[in-house]
Ligand binder design. Structure first.
Ligand SMILES: Nc1ncnc2c1ncn2[C@@H]1O[C@H](COP(=O)(O)OP(=O)(O)O)[C@@H](O)[C@H]1O
Ligand SMILES: Nc1ccn([C@@H]2O[C@H](COP(=O)(O)OP(=O)(O)O)[C@@H](O)[C@H]2O)c(=O)n1
Length: 239
């Protein structure tokens, strides 16, 4: 059980070499590509967005307002989250409740930016992410989100920004949410990116971060492109 309420203040990464850091906007392929890369390399996989989504779910479940920072801070101080690193076991629990499916609901997607903009919450979850990676028995963990290359693990040897054109990202997300109106899905995705990018910049690569643009790549090609970057950097470190 990983309870983010027990986290201390933010500290520096001590196990930066264990991070494969991947950032990018919604629908760029971070989750699916990171998961496949982790499986291929025998690494762990950490979907940091699921922690923010689970906290948003937790606030909504209490009937509370995700746009009120005080409410969000209070919810985060008692937030029994269970999140694992196995790319083949993606169950997310809040207490005893399995929220794996519920946190993908458009209602949660629409509320999550409010939760994610509270600085104390970011510091708390970032410490949890670093602790999960440091304590894991995996040789490395593919960690994906918005601020992994810049805030959570800026010293990681492999740092990648995974991008794709906005209309391509919107079409991919709409394809996943069968039954939802494609134009509404696209509008919600762009609105969330705009809110999120006011908090951390994941649309421009920070210095030393490699860009993989998947606009013109299919899924297997995108996995290959990311694996190529990892192998090149790890090869250079070995050599
Ligand atoms: N290069 C690609 N080409 C086509 N579809 C892709 C590609 N990368 C990811 N996808 C698909 O797009 C959708 C969104 O990807 P996802 O990994 O959930 O993105 P993110 O985690 O960045 O929001 C998924 O259905 C995924 O299978
Ligand atoms: N490192 C991260 C990861 C996610 N997030 C927040 O969590 C939300 C959900 O992230 P996600 O990765 O599940 O979103 P998708 O890209 O999968 O749509 C984002 O919209 C951000 O508000 C964040 O602020 N920082």
């Amino acid at each position: 059980m990983t309870d983010i309420s027990t986290s201390a203040a933010e500290t520096h990464v001590t196990d930066a070499h264990k991070f494969i850091a991947i950032d990018g906007p919604a629908g760029s392929g971070k989750s699916s590509v990171s998961k496949a890369v982790a499986r291929t390399l025998g690494f762990g996989y950490l979907d940091t967005g699921s922690a923010y989504r689970a906290l948003a779910w937790h606030v909504l479940d209490q009937g509370a307002d995700t746009d009120d920072p005080e409410t969000v801070r209070a919810a985060a101080s008692a937030f029994p989250l269970t999140l694992g690193l196995d790319p083949d076991e993606r169950t997310v629990l809040v207490g005893d409740v399995d929220v794996t499916e519920a946190i993908r609901d458009p209602r949660v997607s629409g509320a999550v930016s409010g939760v994610a903009r509270v600085p104390e919450v970011r510091a708390q979850v970032n410490e949890m992410f670093r602790r999960l990676v440091a304590e894991s028995s995996y040789p490395a963990v593919v960690v994906e989100g918005r601020d992994i290359t810049t805030v959570v693990a800026p010293d990681a040897p492999v740092r990648i920004l995974l991008t794709a054109a906005p209309e391509v990202r919107a079409a991919r997300r709409a394809g996943e949410l069968a039954g939802e109106n494609a134009a509404a899905v696209a509008a919600a995705l762009h609105k969330r990116d705009a809110s999120d990018s006011a908090v951390v910049d994941f649309l421009n690569a920070a210095e030393g971060v490699e860009v993989v643009d998947s606009t013109e790549l299919d899924f297997p090609q995108t996995i290959d492109a990311v694996l190529t970057v990892i192998e090149r950097i790890q090869g250079a470190h070995r050599g």
